[in-house]
Every structure is written in structure tokens, then in C-alpha cells.
Design a binder for this molecule. Structure first.
Ligand code: ADP
Length: 296
């Protein structure tokens, strides 16, 4: 049995469904991975979502959505004065554009209380977070989260990080690079996407991405690369793996999030790196052939 706690922000998604009509859903990188993990893992395994939401109807609906998806919500914190973040997806001439309202979201306060964090992590085997989780926090709370993860790791827990570099969410690029690097130093597994890492760290090739995170002490690094080969670095051994060929890519939303879930579900069950990468690539290939983040 594996108990995983995913930490981050879930948002309300309003997707354009015709003139002046929006369909409401819920999504967010760490939640997407938790959602897929819940479907892939066994009954005995537990996947919790750790975040902060408000006390309004929209927050209640989000928590109900998470519960209906089978995710544990016992440690979700409620903030009376705040609500959840929201984004819209508009379609214009076949292109999707996004607008966000997340600056004041309750999730930004998720790491305000170190005791709440440690209580959520008690008895967990794995903590899963992303660079977006860190980006949305005030600087002192980032330190609290990383310190808590360090304690969790020291007590035998595994930390898994997807750097998910989104400079727009950070105060500046240097801070993003510094904090993500610091997060990698408390992570056992790092799951970066080479395109992002090349853009913001200047990595010339996936091997450079793997080596950079390896230098922080992570034991396992899987570098995703869109339709390109996936590079796995495990304790100094490098292997390359082909993704699943997709002829009709419809929407790459949550490609990386679903890959992570497919990979981790296999990895936690004792599969080899090669098998786990194939599982991640297989799930991501299905996801990019459908619209939306959560493909049932
Ligand atoms: P992210 O969504 O985080 O930017 P990537 O674009 O690197 O991540 O994609 C993650 C994984 O999704 C890839 O490793 C691959 O397995 C799969 N994937 C993404 N795009 C494609 C594609 N065009 N064809 C096949 N697989 C893809």
C-alpha cells in the first residue's frame, strides 16, 4: 500500500461551450496528476490532495469534486476570507486562449501552517509537488514547505517534484531557478520537461537537464521531451526511451501531468524504470489525443 499526498492548487476551469456559455470543471497540474494516480493505483493505495480553499459554495463544489474522484480531502484547509482560483478557456479561430484569476486564491496560503503540512504528511510515503506549487506561495511559506519536505524526507518519506517552470507565476526568473533548484535538493525523484528547462535554465540537451538535477542529489530523474525521446537518469545510469507515436495530437494540456501519474503508479508498484516510462508515455499519448486535462 502506498499513501501519496499531492500538494498544490486546484482551480475552477470555465471552458467556452458556445457563445457566452462556459462549462465548469476543475483542474490544476498537481491535481491532474493526483486524479490520474487515483485511477491507476489499487484500492488499498491512498491519494490525498493537500491545498487550501475557501468556505464558499465554489470551494465546497471543488472539495466534492475531489472526493468524487476518490481523492482524500481530510487535510484541505479552509480559509473564511478567501476563495479558489479560476481560469477561462476561450476558443478563437480554433486557438485556445487562457485568462486567469488566481492572484488571491486560498491555495496561496496552503503552506502558512507548518503543523497542518506535517499532519498531512504523517504516515504518507510520498509527497508530490510542482514548481507551480512553490511559485504561488509567499517567500516565507516556500521556506516552510521546503523545510517540512526536508523533515518528511529525513523521516523516510519520498519527495517527487515536477519543476513545471512557469516564469509568469514567479516574481522573477532568478527566484524561480533558485527555489526550484532548492526543491530538487530535497527531492528523490524529479520529472522535468526539457523544453521548459532549455528555455529557463539554458540546457542544451535532456542530458544537461538530468545532470543539473542530479547534482542536487536526486536519485531518479526522468526528462520528458514532448514527442522526443525520454531520458531516464537513475543513480548515474542513463537510458533513452521512445514515447508512444501519436499521429493526431488534439490538445497537449496535462501531457506532462498524466505522464507523471502513469510513471509513478508503475514505479511505486515496483516496475523497472523502462516499464514505468512506457506506462507514463502510454497514458500521456492517450491524453494528448483528447481535449481537456482530465481524460476518463
Ligand atoms: P509538458 O506537458 O509538461 O510540457 P511534455 O510536452 O514534455 O510535457 O510531454 C510529456 C509527455 O507527454 C512526453 O514525454 C510524451 O510521453 C507525451 N507527449 C507529449 N507530446 C507528445 C506528442 N506530440 N506525441 C507523443 N507523445 C507526446
Amino acid at each position: 500500500m502506498t499513501r501519496i499526498v499531492a500538494i498544490g492548487e486546484c482551480m475552477v476551469e470555465m471552458a467556452s461551450a458556445g457563445a457566452d456559455i462556459y462549462r465548469m470543471g476543475f483542474a490544476g497540474d498537481t491535481m491532474n496528476t493526483a486524479w490520474y494516480l487515483r485511477r491507476l493505483l489499487g484500492e488499498a493505495d491512498q491519494v490525498d490532495y493537500f491545498t487550501a480553499v475557501g468556505t464558499d459554495d465554489l470551494s465546497d463544489r471543488m472539495v466534492t469534486f475531489l472526493q468524487d474522484a476518490g481523492l482524500g480531502t481530510d487535510h484541505i484547509q479552509r480559509r473564511r476570507d478567501l476563495s479558489v482560483g479560476l481560469y477561462t478557456i476561450q476558443l478563437q479561430d480554433g486557438e485556445r486562449s487562457f485568462s486567469y484569476w488566481r492572484g488571491q486564491s486560498a491555495a496561496r496560503s496552503l503552506a502558512r501552517d507548518a503543523r497542518a503540512l506535517m499532519s498531512a504528511l504523517t504516515q504518507a510515503d510520498v509527497a508530490y509537488l510542482s514548481g507551480i506549487t512553490l511559485a504561488i506561495l509567499p517567500a516565507p511559506d516556500r521556506a516552510t514547505l521546503l523545510r517540512s519536505l526536508g523533515e518528511f524526507k529525513a523521516a523516510g518519506g519520498q519527495v517527487v517534484l515536477d519543476p513545471n517552470l512557469r516564469p509568469k507565476l514567479w516574481e522573477d526568473e532568478d527566484t524561480m531557478r533558485r527555489v526550484v533548484t532548492e526543491a530538487a535538493s530535497v527531492s528523490d525523484v524529479v520529472l522535468p520537461s526539457h523544453e521548459d528547462e532549455a528555455s529557463w535554465f539554458g540546457d542544451a540537451a535532456p542530458a544537461a537537464t538530468a545532470n543539473r538535477y542530479a547534482s542536487q542529489g536526486s536519485a531518479l530523474i526522468i526528462v520528458k521531451n514532448g514527442a522526443g525521446q525520454i531520458l531516464a537518469w537513475q543513480d548515474g545510469n542513463v537510458s533513452l526511451h521512445d514515447p508512444v507515436t501519436v499521429s493526431d495530437v488534439v490538445d497537449t494540456t496535462a501531457a506532462g501531468d498524466s505522464f507523471n501519474a502513469g510513471f509513478l503508479a508503475c514505479w511505486f508498484n515496483g516496475s523497472s524504470v523502462a516499464e514505468a516510462v512506457q506506462s507514463g508515455a502510454g497514458l500521456a499519448a492517450q491524453v494528448v489525443q483528447s481535449r481537456g486535462a482530465l481524460v476518463s
